[in-house]
Design a binder for this molecule. Structure first.
Ligand code: AGP
Length: 588
């Protein structure tokens, strides 16, 4: 997720911009920049990599008397992490920073290019400032309003122009906050940068926009409205976690917004679109190999069910650390797909190199642009999950599965637009559900281990649910195909064996239900997660009734994530940094 800052009416605007961007580093970024009005010009300074690089450039830039400005840290979603693609983007007399995705940017870009307007970046953001200058006829606010009316998608925007000592702002779908301290006005995309500079802030709602000089002039649908100021948090660390107890909790709650970003411009009423792909890339492909590790491997397993069932393409999913040493048969009609949150997992990267050496086409599903895996793969679909700080992967897994679902639809030319949106909706955490799971977790602290069971796509989810629990509670847990329990593991059944049963109403309900009955008959303690209540279960967590198994999947995913987290919290563990684990396993 990109970070945004801005300020006007401030004695030393550059200090706030740089310090504010530092407070946003935790959100992850690959480049950064600021734009200020200095000596009647808009000056833009940008740098790739760490903020220190930007700071050094600012010091050498010779700014004389910066009056006000905007700043940005970029997490690449459109276009490589380069200085040209870094924000702020500029025109002849203005500059803009933006968080979100402009869905219709290509259409706008083409229209402006026909008018002879040039573009230098690969980003969607550049169309905002070029459109503003195209509409500008002396009235900046009017040009800004006209620009906003043209944009489709999600945005948090700050724009400045050399003609007026003002900051233009707008919010739709991406967070933006404005704070006031006397005549000083500050902007940020989250609380942390504002703490210490102001005490109260207005959290913009979707559709709100306006202009700040020494006052905040706020509008919605051309009607002037008054800002509603709320107290800012006082603790920066807590603010970075969004007030949650752990980054993992924050990231679970972020899944709704992150999945909207992941599908924006891709899941459309007319079906799936990937800017990153063209159908020619898949010509001659008769089968797919997916290579990954850990949680990413579990996402790949879900992809197998979807790709074979929907796209009718034979798909094998491999644990990268096994694949790389067993001299696999790699044929050129195989699409080699690697899935990785970090893009730096050594085993996964080595299998990618092996596939490339064998002449296979390669595709990466990855969350970090410019990572080793992204640089190595022929094509990449970015997950757009933003930085994931919790070692136990949650929102990255959600976007991996969502991306695989969209890819299956894309290859099958199938349109599940509504179901995808329904699946996103169920990831919005219901506080009553979370409270129930928090209470229930006290019963599951001292057994001699867990089985997570499921069938079809719920078997990989069982594997993932078990991994989540293992990773952060240190209690042993196994994911198992529900139909396999009678082939041995059921010997473990007793009251201290905890079973989390993922009971889909839409896939093999009766069969899974009888597997639960077998376990209950042998006195195992069973927690059933389903839309359908079943009498004999010891505990029950109800999910929404839906006709689509993937909607069930995403809600059960949420339940297993929250359960693992609440058990681990009761164990007193460091949920974000579990013992023995690293966020990215860059060694073999
Ligand atoms: C998942 O919670 C773990 N953090 C781990 O299994 C992780 O998924 C695995 O190491 C793969 O990492 P990657 O997605 O960055 O390649």
């Amino acid at each position: 997720m990109c970070g945004i800052v801005g300020c006007i009416g401030v004695k030393n605007p550059v200090e706030y911009l740089i310090e504010g961007l530092k407070e946003l580093e935790y959100r992850g970024y690959d480049s950064a920049g600021i734009a200020v009005k200095d000596e009647n010009e808009i000056k833009v300074i940008k740098a790739v990599g760490k903020l220190k690089n930007l700071e050094d450039k600012v010091k050498k830039s010779g700014l004389k008397n910066p009056e006000f400005g905007i700043g940005h840290t970029r997490w690449a979603t459109h276009g490589k992490p380069t200085e040209i693609n870094a924000h702020p983007h500029r025109g002849a007399f203005s500059a803009v920073v933006h968080n979100g995705i402009i869905e219709n940017y290509q259409e706008i870009k083409k229209e402006l290019q026909k008018e002879g307007i040039e573009f230098i970046s690969q980003t969607d953001t550049e169309v905002i400032v070029k459109l503003f200058e195209y509409y500008y006829e002396g009235d900046s606010f009017k040009a800004f309003e006209k620009t906003l009316k043209k944009l489709e998608g999600a945005y948090a925007i700050l724009l400045i122009t050399k003609y007026e000592d003002k900051i233009f702002f707008a919010k739709k779908g991406s967070p933006l906050i404005v704070a006031k301290n006397g005549n000083e006005i500050y902007f940020a995309s989250s609380d942390a940068p504002l703490i210490g500079y102001a005490e109260k802030a207005h959290y913009l709602e979707d559709g709100e926009y306006g202009v700040a000089d020494n006052e905040i002039h706020l509008y919605n649908d051309s009607q002037k409205i008054s800002p509603y100021f709320k107290s800012l948090p006082t603790n920066k660390e807590s603010a970075k976690k969004g007030g949650f107890r752990f980054y993992m909790e924050k990231e679970i709650y972020e899944q709704y917004d992150v999945l909207k970003e992941n599908t924006l411009g891709r899941n459309t009423p007319d079906g799936i679109k990937f800017d990153e792909l063209d159908r020619e890339f898949f010509e001659g492909i008769n089968n797919i190999i997916i290579s990954a590790c850990g949680t990413s491997y579990h996402a790949g397993l879900v992809g197998k069910y979807l790709l074979e069932r929907d796209a009718k393409i034979r798909t094998n999913v491999e644990v990268a650390s096994e694949l790389r040493y067993r001299e696999p048969l790699l044929t050129k009609d195989t699409l080699f797909v690697v899935i990785s949150q970090s893009g730096e997992t050594a085993d996964t990267l080595e299998t990618l190199k092996m596939a490339k050496k064998a002449g296979l086409k390669t595709l990466a599903l990855c969350n970090v642009d410019n990572s080793s895996i992204v640089r190595e793969a022929d094509k990449t679909i970015l997950l757009r999950a933003g930085i994931e700080k919790g070692v136990a992967s949650t929102k990255a897994f959600a976007t991996q599965v969502m991306t695989l679902w969209m890819l299956s639809n894309y290859l099958a030319q199938k349109n599940e637009y509504e179901a995808i949106n329904e699946a996103i909706e169920v990831t919005k955490v219901d506080s009553a559900l979370h409270e129930k799971i928090k209470r229930l977790s006290k019963r599951y602290l001292h057994g001699h281990g867990f089985f997570y069971i499921g069938r079809d796509i719920f078997f990989p989810l069982a594997l993932e649910g078990a991994l989540k629990l293992k990773e952060i509670s240190y209690i042993h847990a196994e994911g198992y195909p529900a139909g396999e329990m009678k082939h041995g593991p059921i010997a473990l059944a007793d009251p201290d064996l905890y079973v989390v049963a993922l009971l889909s109403k839409n896939i093999l309900f009766e069969k899974t239900k009888s597997n639960i009955e077998e376990l209950v008959a042998r006195d195992a303690t069973v927690l059933t997660v389903s839309s359908e209540y079943i009498e004999m279960t010891d505990d029950f967590i109800k999910i929404n009734d839906t006709a689509h198994p993937m909607v069930e999947f995403f809600e059960m995913m949420l339940v297993t994530q929250l359960l693992a987290m609440e058990v681990a919290i009761r164990m007193g563990n460091d949920v974000d940094m579990p013992r023995n684990l690293a966020k990215s396993v860059t060694v073999e």
